[in-house]
Ligand binder design. Structure first.
Ligand SMILES: Nc1ncnc2c1ncn2[C@@H]1O[C@H](COP(=O)(O)OP(=O)(O)OP(=O)(O)O)[C@@H](O)[C@H]1O
Length: 634
């Protein structure tokens, strides 16, 4: 893990921004450390023979009113300027974290009061606050450090509050709270560590702002005082003689800009590495891996969805990860096809790819990807919006919690059918009634949180029915529901299919659910379809050892409760560590050397399956149910 992180940093430093930030930061740090040691005395030595000289070979930026070399003074001032900016940032961030975190541990009234004070302070411009505090803390270096730190603190406190609020609602925080963890410990152990990275990134960028603010205060004469000097003071002195020697102001000015740039670029690089704003480029991953050629079968004439050699890939620092590796299938009009497989087999990504929902930097490629007779890429948003419906696992997160359910459904018809607001809402009520939401007119005016889980899922299906769906893709639509509601939702999907003639692509962990609802099933393993079979002959008809093992692990009412539960030993390979040969070989009792070396293609069989296996089972009806895996697979 540490090595992985290390190499991520190396990769980040190889980007143009990373390289510039590393060079600039290295230069600034080196000057801060070495310049006072090397030139500290020379830069302070008064030379009455060289007062106010213009740039020359001996003094590239000229000399000041006491004959001191301006370039050397600028270089020597690096330590003081950077040191003070970093110190002010550290104090400001520390104070901000305390101010931002306190409301969660203080009594409610005190917390609210503190939050209000912070909010008011945030409303003031930072420099104004810095000037205000500078007057309070007094003129001089210490006063300026504290002034800048306290001016920075409210914005940081606000950031901490916002970030903490986004973490505080997460399940692991609730779990810790329920297990009796106190407020302070909850904050220190569970909340703050999870917001550390964005805080670090902001702190780095803020250091650049502190540098500028410090230069500003010193320039105004309320920061660093003589005989000390920083870039702000040098700038002020240079400006006094700008008509005589403009270069005297140029040197400290350029130093402020370059050091500020260094802080900002370092912030950008840190952000890219810790993932606050990850932009993994394709270049980091190299060329996209070529999918292996697939044996394409001509799809049926009435196919509503045709997928040939679909590949979904994501770039990473070590190359491409390909969780979907050449998937081919088709769905006929009105057909119900299930997709099963263990977690991570690529089911959801396949569904997202055929709904055009894979976002950058993910890359989808396919030899053929057609929906309703034409390439998916050519379908307009309107066509997809009305003829392809998507039902997700968690309907709570699929609905906007801040909008009424009816309005969210109506939006589909307003956008895609050009219906008026009123007509679209009437259709939404009609569709809610069609999916058996009781008192649809009243419910349409409610918010998603006022619906039960099952009702939300039905409303989601209702949303799909606002158009005339040719295909409903349902990704684990019943996993979050109890068994009774699960049945209702499955029945509703079946009715939708009958009433609307829509095809269904049902993704599920649960083979029993799929075999009840679908006539065909695709079994996925490690990003491939390993078997495509009718559900009618199950469990005996399964040919692939993986399908049979999956079936053997299915618990039903006939399963012998005295026997240990059947499991498939081992784990599926990670998408970036798929072995050569058949990906299931390491877990397959029938595996031979050939399986470990050659990857089998998905080939049609005489009984209408497609199987990717060198040693498929001969079909035998009704032998597998309730057997252990070894028996089933042998
Ligand atoms: N954005 C992404 N970047 C990299 N890898 C990803 C990304 N999204 C998914 N994956 C990986 O792709 C693999 C397949 O994910 P997918 O969600 O399709 O699996 P699944 O079969 O639907 O599993 P589950 O049933 O648990 O939802 C997983 O190993 C996952 O880690």
């Amino acid at each position: 893990m540490a090595r992985r992180r290390g190499s991520v940093w190396v990769a980040a430093v190889r980007t143009p921004v990373g390289a510039c930030s590393a060079v600039l930061l290295g230069l600034v740090v080196a000057l801060a450390v070495l310049a006072p040691l090397l030139w500290g005395d020379v830069a302070a030595a008064i030379d009455t023979d060289a007062i106010g000289q213009a740039p020359s070979g001996a003094h590239p930026f000229g000399t000041d009113s006491l004959g001191r070399d301006i370039l050397l003074r600028t270089l020597v001032a690096t330590r003081f300027s950077i040191g003070l900016a970093v110190l002010a940032t550290a104090i400001g961030v520390g104070a901000g974290v305390v101010l931002g975190a306190l409301p969660s541990v203080l009594p409610r009234w005190a917390g609210r009061l503190l939050t209000a004070v912070v909010n008011i302070a945030v409303a003031f411009p930072g420099l104004l606050l810095a000037l205000f505090f500078a007057v309070i803390f007094g003129v001089g270096t210490h006063g300026a450090v504290l002034a800048i730190a306290f001016a920075m603190a409210p914005a940081f406190a606000r950031l901490v509050q916002t970030l903490s609020a986004s973490v505080a609602g997460r399940d692991f925080v609730d779990a810790a709270r329920i297990s009796g963890v106190g407020r302070t410990r909850l904050l220190v152990r569970h909340v703050l560590p999870n917001i550390g990275e964005p805080l670090l990134v902001n702190a780095t960028i803020q250091a650049g702002a502190a540098l500028l603010a410090f230069a500003g205060l010193s320039f105004l004469g309320i920061g660093v005082q003589a005989p000390d000097y920083d870039w702000g003071r040098l700038l002020r002195e240079g400006l006094d003689g700008i008509y005589v020697n403009p270069a005297a102001a140029l040197a400290p000015g350029a130093a402020v800009v370059l050091a500020g740039l260094a802080f900002n670029l370092v912030g950008e690089t840190v952000a890219a590495v810790v993932g606050v704003r990850t932009r993994p480029g394709k270049r980091a991953a190299g060329p996209l891996p070529a999918p292996r050629p697939a044996a394409a079968e001509p799809p049926a004439d009435d196919a509503v969805l045709v997928v040939e050699n679909l590949q979904v890939a994501f770039p990473g620092p070590h190359g491409w990860t390909v969780p979907v590796r050449g998937v081919s299938f088709s769905v006929r009009a009105g057909e119900a096809v299930g997709v099963v497989g263990e977690s991570g087999s690529g089911k959801s990504l396949t569904a997202l790819a055929v709904s055009r929902l894979i976002e950058r930097p993910g890359v989808v490629t396919a030899d053929r990807l057609e929906f309703a007779g034409k390439p998916l890429a050519d379908a307009s948003d309107r066509e997809l919006g009305t003829s392809l419906a998507m039902v997700f696992q968690d309907p709570m997160t699929s609905f906007n919690p801040a909008r009424r359910v009816g309005r969210q459904l109506a939006e589909v018809s307003e956008r895609h059918h050009g219906l008026s607001r009123r007509a679209a809402f009437a259709r939404a009520i009609d569709r809610l009634a069609a999916v058996r939401v009781p008192a649809a007119a009243r419910r349409a005016r409610q918010y998603p949180h006022e619906f039960s889980g099952g009702m939300r899922q039905r409303a989601m299906i209702g949303m799909g029915l606002m158009g005339e769906p040719k295909l409903v893709i349902a990704d684990e639509p019943t996993t979050a529901l109890d068994v009774t509601v699960q049945r209702q939702v499955l029945r509703l999907l079946a009715r939708t299919r009958e009433a609307e003639g829509a095809a269904i692509l049902l993704i599920s962990h649960d083979i029993a659910v799929v075999s009840q609802t679908c006539e065909r099933m695709l079994v996925m393993y490690a990003g491939r379809v390993v078997e495509d079979l009718p559900t009618a002959g199950l469990p005996g008809a399964a040919r692939h050892p993986y399908t049979r093992a999956l079936l053997a692990t299915t618990v039903d009412l006939e399963t012998d409760r005295d026997e240990p539960l059947a499991v498939i030993p081992g784990r599926p390979p990670e998408p970036d560590r798929v072995p050569a040969g058949c990906a299931f070989a390491a877990r397959c009792p029938l595996a031979t050397d050939r399986c470990r070396e050659e990857d089998p293609q998905l080939e049609p069989t005489p009984d209408g399956h497609r199987v990717a296996c060198w040693h498929p089972h001969e079909p035998a009806v009704g032998v597998l149910s309730g057997q252990s895996r070894e028996e089933g697979a042998a």
